[in-house]
Design a protein around this ligand. Structure first.
Ligand code: HPA
Length: 232
C-alpha cells in the first residue's frame, strides 16, 4: 500500500479513470464495470477495479485541486505502476462558443499554480496531453458523432477567485475553460513517462453565468466516460 491508498500491489489496473469526486468513481464502477471491487476507502477517496468489455480497468477519485490530485497521481504511478491516467472531470467555460454540456479535450494546461515555477526557475513548462490518447479520443468521438472541442485549458488553484473578471485575460488568449487538476496530471505524467489525457464536460459558464442541470450533467458525463473507456 501507499500512504493514501490501501490497495495491494496488483489490485489496480494499468489504466485508471480519475474523476475528482469519489462518489462519481463509485457511480462509474457501478454503471460501467463488471466484477468490480473497491480497493480504497482511505479518506473516503474511493477506488475500484473491474472489467469493461473484457479489459481490466480502475477508477479512482482524485479530490479537488492540484495538491490533492497529485498525491493520487504520484502514488498510482510510483507505488502501483499505473501507465495511463484519464481524468474525467467538469470545467467552467471561458468562451462564448464553449457551451454547457460540451466535451473538451485538454491539449495543454495553463495554470495559476506554482508547481512548475518551482520546478523550472525563470522558465515555463508547457504540460501537454499524450498525443496517442488524444487522437484516439478524437477518433472515437468522430465515429460516434460526439462533438468535441479541444485546446488549452486553465488549471486554477482557486475555485473562488478574488477578481471575477480574471478569466477574461485567459479567454483573450484562447483558453477554453477552467478546472483544477490537469496541469498537475500532465506534469507528473511527463516526469514519469506515462500517458495522460483530461476529458472535461462543461458544467458552468463564466461568460453567461449558466450552470448545467443535474440531468444535463448525467447525460454528458456518460458520453465523456464512454470516450475514456474506449481509449483505455
Ligand atoms: N472553475 C474551476 N473549476 C471548475 C469550474 C470553474 O468554473 N467548473 C467546474 N470546475
Amino acid at each position: 500500500m501507499s500512504v493514501h491508498i490501501e490497495a495491494n500491489k496488483n489490485d489496480i489496473a494499468n489504466t485508471v479513470l480519475m474523476p475528482g469526486d469519489p462518489l462519481r468513481a463509485k457511480w462509474i464502477s457501478e454503471t460501467f464495470f463488471e466484477d468490480a471491487f473497491c480497493y480504497n476507502q482511505i479518506r473516503g477517496m474511493l477506488g475500484y477495479t473491474g472489467f469493461y468489455k473484457g479489459k481490466r480497468i480502475s477508477v479512482q477519485g482524485s479530490g479537488m485541486g492540484i495538491p490533492s490530485s497529485m498525491i493520487y497521481f504520484q502514488e498510482l504511478i510510483k507505488a502501483y505502476d499505473v501507465k495511463t491516467i484519464i481524468r474525467v472531470g467538469t470545467a467552467g467555460s471561458y468562451q462564448k462558443n464553449v457551451k454547457i454540456k460540451d466535451i473538451v479535450l485538454a491539449m495543454a494546461a495553463s495554470t495559476t499554480s506554482n508547481i512548475n515555477s518551482s520546478r523550472f526557475t525563470n522558465a515555463d513548462f508547457a504540460p501537454t496531453a499524450d498525443f496517442e490518447l488524444f487522437v484516439q479520443a478524437l477518433q472515437y468521438a468522430k465515429e460516434n458523432n460526439i462533438p468535441i472541442k479541444a485546446g488549452n485549458v486553465l488549471s486554477l488553484d482557486e475555485f473562488y477567485e478574488e477578481n471575477p473578471n480574471s478569466y477574461k485575460k485567459w479567454a483573450e488568449y484562447g483558453v477554453l475553460c477552467a478546472e483544477m487538476e490537469t496541469a498537475g496530471l500532465y506534469t507528473i505524467a511527463a516526469k514519469y513517462n506515462i500517458k495522460a489525457l483530461s476529458i472535461l464536460t462543461i458544467s458552468d459558464s463564466l461568460v453567461t453565468g449558466e450552470h448545467a442541470s443535474t440531468e444535463e450533467r448525467e447525460s454528458t458525463l456518460k458520453e465523456m466516460i464512454e470516450i475514456a473507456l474506449h481509449i483505455s
